[in-house]
Design a protein around this ligand. Sequence first.
Ligand code: FMN
Length: 142
Amino acid sequence: MKKILVAYWSGTGNTEMMAKQVAKGAEDAGAEVSCKTISETSVDMVKEASALAFGCPAMGAEVLEENEMEPFIAGLSQAELGGKPTGLFGSYDWGDGQWMRDWAERMQGLGAALDGEGIITQLAPSAESLGQCYELGKRLAG
Ligand SMILES: Cc1cc2nc3c(=O)[nH]c(=O)nc-3n(C[C@H](O)[C@H](O)[C@H](O)COP(=O)(O)O)c2cc1C
């Protein structure tokens, strides 16, 4: 059975709603799913998963949240990510998605097999973006 890790940071719940849909899609496709905040996530959990989804909103000035998500991502390497199917998602507000373009490029540089360009949604996720998150979960489990 596929082991899917969905790990996210969310300050006001928008990215968390997306995470729950990714997890639901993967569960409905029959995978074993852990859906955790990034503070509950260890590098070993990343290593053990067969596919990954990370969620984080745009924070700072078009960067990842700096206290928990940024250090966690900075601690990952080819050893955990190499060739692994990986989806990214997150909410933003006034920007144009630059944080996600930078994050996707960075994860590719670390060897992750990225699923698309990352799912982004302005503030509270629309039904359409929640559907995209659900489909991401299904693909990661497939
Ligand atoms: C401190 C702070 C910094 C932010 N920086 C950005 C930014 O650079 N670009 C942007 O588009 N939105 C920015 N936002 C807006 C958040 O990305 C947006 O409110 C998002 O929906 C929060 O997601 P969450 O509910 O998962 O925490 C920022 C919000 C906060 C609180």
